[in-house]
Design a binder for this molecule. Sequence first.
Ligand code: 2IT
Length: 445
Amino acid sequence: MDVKKILADVKAKNPGQDLFLQAVTEVLESIEDFVAKNPKYDQHKIVERMVEPDRIFQFKVEWIDDKGNININRGFRVQFNNAIGPYKGGLRFHPTVTLDTLKFLGFEQTFKNSLTTLPMGGGKGGSDFDPKGKSDNEIMRFCQAFMTELYKYIGPDTDVPAGDIGVGGREIGYLYGMYKKLARENTGVLTGKGGNWGGSILRPEATGFGGVYFVVNMLKSKNLELKGMKIALSGFGNVAWGAALKATELGAKVVCISGPDGYIYDEEGMNAEKIEYMLELRESNNNVVAPFATKFPSAKFIAGKKPWEAKVDIAMPCAIQNELDANDAKTLIANGVKVVCEVSNMGCTADAIHELQKASVAFAPGKAANAGGVGVSGLEMSQNAGHISWTGEEVDKRLHAMMDSIHNNCIKYGTEANGYINYVKGANIAGFIKVADSMIELGVC
Ligand code: 2IT
């Protein structure tokens, strides 16, 4: 495989798609040696075929706001690769969403879903719709308008969307309500559904819980334990909430959360009341974290800064891509960080990862550490297909098993000669093998 040539082709064919190029570059550079040792992948042009999405839908979404104004947004669904199962991946509603964003996420999703052990292909979708400041009725009307187009392209055995940034239980409800009306069927076409209408227990918690289970495994491989560790999380949405809940339950101290306006430092750490308040903050649709410090006297709000300047043992980006850069990595290293675990997708810049690996800090990429979210989505699909629901214990046991399997695969394919576990390499190779071998077996089609 000629990595330079493939990357040059991807760059030329996808002008301006820097996030997509960043995601592809990370994968290709880390699987290069493995592919060179296994000539069958080149013979079947697997890598060249994997960097091209199967198909992309783009559509116009028109809706009327509370003042009676007409609004026009863009909707997308990228069906990236379905070699191992139906397309599966979230919908992101955020003003920064472009086709580039969703291609990077769909590409990542293909590898992540492969790692979960479940049969799910990779897809992603969303819109440049900005939920900030919108009323509940506006959100509902937008979701309904979005689904009148999207429903043509999805299906329980074709493509199964879920939530991502800006799409939580409320939005999945409005989307599913409209899908059900249009398709005249009640099937597992979306995951992250409410418990009363087909959702899985623990799906809301799964991404954060899985991330913490992964961190526990990372620490174990360094003979450390989570209890007593200080953690900085970024964000205050669904992922940060789940991570705060599980980390606190396991005896760690979550001292930071953050928003676009700055970060919160709370020396006393989180507790049940504070974690519950994170949900209230999100539901307010204001997208600011500052009110947390007004409500809890032990919490300080540091305006305009990122949580990575705090002295912590563990950093877990839980918000958006490229939220931790090389300077942040250097600050964390100087402060003695032991583990950096991406729970957001591609939360760290390529330079940040390079700094962390150079300093031998344990670093896990999102596609490994946040796979518990889509993993439990897969369990929701199984429950829907069987018309059954599992207990929380059953789902948690399966989530644990998935995260353990991913960690084992990272050790298997990512351990370097000096014993350092290169999780990026391990996750990319393990994710690649299942999809690549399936593509060979399925033929050129
Ligand atoms: O990035 C992700 O893995 C998600 N947003 C969850 C996708 C899913 O289908 O549950």
